[in-house]
Design a protein around this ligand. Structure first.
Ligand SMILES: [Fe+2]
Ligand SMILES: [Fe+2]
Length: 419
């Protein structure tokens, strides 16, 4: 018979039938086990598992202890690793947290609010209603503040969230990526706010493009592409029709975000330095977000593949200087990337080292045999590489990893809404 029990009341000899967590979310190889060592109970507590299911028939003892469970200092787990007891209360998150992880909850709050605003902006355009500028201004300021505190928390969030509709997330994601890149480029706070606002509005014109063109899964015909290309100028039209009180550069970002260095862009075929700097940053973020986003009809590229593609446009579509700065800002392996190391270990990228893109801050989550670590270790790969030659060997697509990297950021509550 299965009996739900508080983990603290477990004793050696009980048979745990189910730890009540997904495979990647508990410390054992299997969900069930006959407890033979008190350290195994400690492992569950260290993982924040407060309740389990016990099979009373398979158990060799019948009831729990009279006294509450007291962790033993420095016990050894079944795998031989030394376990140090947690301080009270039992920590649910890994003990060592990065600066990015500290900012994440605040970033998530700002992002969720801004996503609602992004939806409201698009709805207002479709219904010919007024865009609430106060809200947009407030949200953009909060995004800029978050990026100022930590450049990568918001961009990490974009990667870790799932299930939101591209129509709503795209403008916001382009805004976040642009503010982050703008920050890395040393833009002033005022310019960052202008950039944030312009990028939020950059595709407003798409609300006036027929949906059969906008959502066409295949390649557009020449005629359809001509209509599609109108969206950039239409974004300007909407801002002007709404008589929005915005800086001139906000309009430039909206109108010129598809202009390209060699004049091959639209709508005005601007070249080189004729293209405003903020519109170029928006253009780079726009391409990156479009390439990496999952759409109904295709799977998004991995970040490093998208950056490789953007790099191929260096000198033709985009000024090399801006491409280099953009790549440096996003990082070859952005936070949330799942990577395999040359040692065979699997790790999740936690923070980008912007001065050493190939060696980010990582958490080792599994050993070469695929055994998930109960205490993912935070490692500065740059320092480790110097000492041991440890390096990233390849990127593992999330669909093949079998676990959600968000878990390692303690981000379970902000996964986005399933459509
Ligand atoms: Fe666009
Ligand atoms: Fe766009």
């Amino acid at each position: 018979m299965l009996k739900k029990m508080v983990t603290k009341d477990l004793v050696v000899g009980m048979y745990v039938a189910d730890v009540g967590r997904a495979w990647f979310n508990h410390p054992w190889k299997k969900k069930s086990r006959l407890l033979t060592d008190q350290a195994e109970i400690q492992e569950l507590l260290d993982y924040g598992i407060d309740e389990v299911y016990v099979d009373t028939e398979k158990s060799k003892v019948k009831s729990g202890p009279k006294k509450p469970f007291v962790p033993i200092a420095g016990t050894r787990a079944a795998d031989g690793a030394l376990r140090t007891p947690p301080k009270s209360p039992v920590p649910k998150a890994p003990e060592v947290v990065s600066e990015l992880e500290i900012e994440l909850p605040k970033a998530a709050k700002a992002y969720t609010k801004a996503l609602d605003t992004s939806k409201a902006i698009i709805a207002a355009c479709y219904m010919n209603k007024r865009i609430e500028m106060n809200e947009v201004q407030e949200n953009v300021e909060e995004l800029v503040e978050s990026v100022t505190r930590n450049q990568d928390a918001l961009t990490a969030l974009i990667k870790l969230r799932h299930f939101d509709d591209y129509t709503y997330t795209h403008c916001l994601n382009v805004s976040v990526l642009s503010i982050s890149a703008g920050k890395a480029l040393g833009l002033s706070q005022d310019d960052l706010k202008i950039l944030g606002m312009g990028t939020m509005f950059h595709d407003l014109g798409k609300t006036r493009i027929p949906s059969y063109i906008l959502n066409k899964p295949g390649k557009l015909t020449d005629e359809e592409f001509v209509i599609m290309k109108n969206h950039a100028a239409l974004s300007q039209t909407i801002i002007e029709e709404q008589k929005l009180d915005v800086d001139e550069q906000v309009i430039q970002v909206a109108r010129f975000h598809h202009e390209r260095l060699d004049g091959s862009g639209y709508p005005d075929h601007l070249k080189g330095e004729e293209i405003p700097k903020l519109a170029t940053i928006c253009g780079l973020s726009d391409v990156y977000d479009a390439l990496t986003s999952d759409r109904v009809y295709h799977k998004g590229k991995l970040p490093h593949d998208a950056l490789k593609f953007i790099y191929s446009l260096r000198g033709t579509h985009f000024e090399p200087y801006w491409v280099d700065r953009f790549v440096q800002s996003v990082g070859i392996y952005p936070p949330g990337s799942i990577v395999e190391l040359n040692s065979g270990h699997v790790a999740v990228v936690i923070e980008v080292d912007h001065s050493a893109l190939l060696t980010p801050l990582i958490k080792i989550v599994a050993d070469p045999q695929g055994q998930i670590s109960s205490r993912p270790k935070l490692i500065n790969l740059r320092l480790e590489a110097e000492k041991t030659g440890l390096s990233i060997q390849k990127v593992i697509p999330p669909s093949e990893a079998g676990f959600d990297p968000a878990y390692y950021f303690n981000l379970k509550d902000i996964q986005g809404e399933r459509r």
